[in-house]
Design a protein around this ligand. Structure first.
Ligand code: AMP
Ligand code: ZN
Length: 666
């Protein structure tokens, strides 16, 4: 290939990857590979300045602005960072700096947080705006979403900070919250999110900020952008920001030499797995701010900073076979069975292929050599195929058309990526899966029976659906292999006890597609009885907070199904709980009253007060308006709140007044 063609080809390829990554939020190659390609292009362009092009991916940070949000121009451009991968790269970087800077040189090392970058504007000690990086020049105004991040200070003291300034930060989703969100999704029969970074940046682009507020996002601060900072060094800036209650991680070190920098890198290359969030490298910065200014920027990155990328935890291996799993809701998941390979200390044998589209997009075939990536605790995934090693006779993968377990023709609803096996009543993994879900801890929580027992009971022909559990006899169970009399007794007792599980657990246990724990709670609370849910039409269902079209349709479909209706009727005759039981000591004493809490209380804490109010029919609201009925005040209520309360003539009560209202029926 001629050099010019080669350059054009790389540019085109990188543009496509940029688009996948920044606009579609759906990268198909790993960051490591992308960086390698970009470096290759950078090198070629450097060697052949005659092919310079303004529009080259090397000349921009990447990404187009997705509309729907207001586009805001950054006061100061948000640059990318140059990357380094070795000691040599770092030494070259220092050499380049040395051409400009004489005298003492000091660096700071920080972790490179792997999330979505954001610019936060503060004016007169108040947060005013959050804008995504976008293409580096302009981004999306996502203030309403960022405001919901609990660790971000919205009002600051502003000590030793300029009147107006921007801070630069990374929005991340810590592993724990990410795993929880995925558990929830899977309990609703949905495909899990791929990784925390995409989920974090996806969250910022949600339209409903209340949805965002439920996601445990963190905002990690790493710098300031302002004309007139008092401090002389980046390190001091971070300290001052921390003093002003910004969430600046403490893992920062000052270094004088490349050796010291490497020491920091080596420590964190392994220790990073103990961090609550994902990191993909170290950022090294020139500490002195005057020196930073002197060094300035290239067309895409500051000269005074460089990222050191941890080796992508990636390996090449052979894809031996694609198999298909059937979940309890009938969802089909294609699985890559791999020649075992060790990635970051663990042996990987399987990776999810998600769905038919994913297989087609990456053109994955059995026998291919594939790249597998595994980060922290994330499910391994296949990022690409090494086409150079493909067998000349290989054929494109044909997705299955029939269920591998029961042979039924698969269906795929419009707009859905996933195929389903519609044979809910006799497809074995669906039959087992539904019962296993039913007995699980978060559902009916049946003691004395585990997943294995379910398999044994189904295989022995003793049960075929979860209603059958309630018709089991101890003597039948006892006849099972390895089932002692005592265990059989426990099993029956556990099933009996489950009749006391509250309604919302029963509703969750039914295993309605898209009805996870939270949705089940919401439905139970609003409709109070199962019959009310069954009789509700689509309009009524979607008028419920947090219940969308998809959930509503799924609920309707579930109860419309005759088999399900029969099973539910049988459960009713067995005495399971199908309505909300009024809580002990609850009343309607505060029915419909909106109460605002403020200050520090003596007898109860805020959570307890909120619970108390709700138990008696009231509602704890957060801001004072003319619709507020009572202002429940503790000590140290802020003057502005008091002023508002007085102005709107809202009666103020104490926690003891509240108790009296409850006891005397208001
Ligand atoms: P890249 O996206 O690979 O070009 O890297 C640049 C991005 O790294 C910046 O836009 C930041 O969002 C992000 N980043 C994460 N941690 C840091 C840090 N400690 N200092 C500077 N940038 C960081
Ligand atoms: Zn099937």
């Amino acid at each position: 290939m001629k050099i010019q063609e080669q350059i054009e080809h790389l540019r085109e390829e990188l543009r496509q990857h940029n688009y996948n990554y920044y606009v579609l939020d759906n990268p198909v190659i790993s960051d490591f590979e992308f960086d390698q390609k970009l470096k290759e292009l950078e090198k070629l362009e450097e060697e052949h300045p005659e092919f310079y092009d303004d529009n080259s991916p090397t000349q921009r940070v990447g990404g187009q602005v997705v509309k729907t949000f207001n586009t805001v121009t950054h006061k100061e451009r948000m640059y990318s960072l140059s990357n380094s991968y070795s000691k040599d790269d770092l030494e070259d970087w220092v050499k380049r700096i040395r051409k400009t800077i004489e005298g003492d040189l000091e660096f700071t090392c920080e972790l490179k947080y792997d999330g979505a970058s954001i610019n936060l504007t503060y004016e007169n000690n108040k947060f005013v705006r959050a804008v995504t990086r976008g293409d580096g020049f302009q981004g999306d105004d996502v203030s309403h979403n960022v405001r919901t991040i609990k660790s971000l200070p919205l009002v600051i003291k502003g000590e030793h900070l300029p009147e107006n300034f921007d801070v630069r930060a990374e929005i991340v989703l810590p592993f724990e919250g990410f795993m929880k969100m995925n558990e929830e999704r899977m309990s609703e029969g949905l495909e899990p999110y791929a990784n925390p970074r995409n989920t974090a940046s996806g969250s910022l682009k949600l339209q409903d900020s209340s949805e965002v507020s439920k996601r445990p996002l963190e905002c990690l601060i790493y710098g300031i952008s302002a004309n007139n900072v008092e401090q002389e060094t980046h390190f001091d800036v971070l300290s001052i920001l921390r003093q002003n209650k910004f969430n600046v991680p403490k893992e920062v070190k000052r270094c004088k030499t490349v050796e010291e920098v490497l020491e920091f890198i080596n420590i964190w290359d392994t220790k990073r797995y103990d961090l609550p969030y994902e990191t993909d490298g170290i950022v090294i910065k020139v500490n002195n701010l005057n020196q930073q200014f002197e060094l300035g920027h290239t067309s895409k990155a500051p000269r005074w900073a460089i990222a050191y990328k941890f080796k992508a935890e990636e390996a090449k291996t052979k894809l031996e076979k694609i198999t298909y799993q059937v979940g309890r809701t009938g969802a089909i998941t294609p699985v890559a069975n791999l020649e075992p390979v060790v990635i970051s200390g663990t042996t990987v044998k399987r990776a999810s292929l998600h769905n038919a589209d994913q297989i087609a997009k990456l053109d994955i075939r059995e026998g291919d050599t594939v790249y597998v990536e595994k980060g922290g605790e994330i499910i391994p995934k296949i990022t690409a195929v090494d086409f150079s090693q493909r067998n000349a006779h290989s054929q494109p993968t044909e997705y299955i058309t029939h269920c591998p377990e029961c042979g039924t023709a698969l269906v795929r609803d419009e707009g859905e990526a996933v195929h389903y096996c519609p044979n809910t009543m006799s497809c074995p993994p669906q039959v087992m899966g539904k019962i296993q879900h039913f007995i699980s801890r978060k559902a009916m929580d049946i003691d004395g029976i585990g997943s294995e027992t379910v398999v044994a009971l189904v295989n022995a022909g003793l049960i075929n659906d979860y209603a059958d559990l309630y018709e089991l006899q101890q003597r039948d169970v006892q006849n099972l292999d390895r089932m002692a009399e005592k265990s059989a007794k426990n099993l029956i007792a556990g099933i009996e006890a489950s009749k006391n599980q509250p309604f919302e657990k029963v509703l969750f246990a039914l295993g309605i597609r898209f009805v996870g724990e939270t949705v089940a709670k919401t439905l139970a609370k609003k409709f109070k009885t199962l019959d009310n849910i069954i009789n509700a039409d689509f309009e009524l269902l979607i008028s419920t907070d947090e219940i969308g079209d998809r959930i509503a349709q799924s609920v309707i479909d579930f109860f419309k199904d005759e088999n399900n209706a029969t099973i539910v009727d049988r459960l009713k005759t067995h005495g399971l709980t199908f309505e909300i039981e009024e809580q002990e000591n609850s009343s309607n004493a505060l029915d419909g009253l909106k109460i605002v809490l403020s200050g520090i209380f003596k007898k109860y804490d805020r959570k307890e007060l909120k619970a108390l109010i709700e138990k008696h029919g009231g509602k704890n609201v957060s801001s004072i308006s003319k619709n507020t009925h009572y202002f429940l005040a503790g000590d140290n209520v802020g003057p502005s709140k008091l002023e508002k309360v007085n102005k709107l003539k809202i009666p103020t009560i104490s926690e003891y007044d509240l108790e009296n209202m409850i006891n005397n029926g208001a």
